[in-house]
Design a protein. Structure first.
Length: 137
């Protein structure tokens, strides 16, 4: 009898990025390892989709129109405790990074997304922190 092994479920995520080209590039990068359930362009949509879809993790830009990624992540932390968040941003201000890491498990500068984001997501899913080596301390 030929036994079929179950396939492991890929982790799911919701991506929030307000620049369409960057969102497409990030989604394409992540699609190899993760199920990208939705890509949204602002914090309010991030809340809506994360609450509805219940992903394993959220990847969000910080600077977005309306509600920024940090504010959205803070609201998600109250609504969905334990949901890991990884931030991607062009911001390298240590105060913004510290604020982001009070609610998120990871921070990757956009210039390092291709090299570091997949590792940051896997670390966050394991309950570990990840801070881009290119981030000022």
């Amino acid at each position: 009898m030929d036994a079929t092994l179950p396939t492991a479920r890929r982790p799911s995520l919701v991506l929030a990025e307000d620049h369409p080209q960057m969102a497409r590039e990030i989604a394409r990068l992540l699609d190899e390892d993760f199920d990208v359930l939705a890509a949204v362009t602002d914090g309010a949509s991030l809340l809506t989709y994360a609450m509805r879809l219940r992903p394993d993790i959220v990847v969000t830009d910080i600077g977005m129109p309306g509600m920024d990624g940090i504010d959205a992540a803070e609201r998600l932390a109250r609504a969905l405790p334990g949901l890991p968040v990884v931030f991607v941003s062009i911001h390298n201000d240590p105060e913004i990074i510290r604020r982001a890491l009070t609610v998120g498990r990871g921070f990757v500068v956009k210039t390092a997304v291709g090299d570091e984001l997949v590792d940051a997501i896997h670390a966050a899913l394991r309950g570990e922190s990840f801070i881009s080596p290119r981030t000022p301390r």
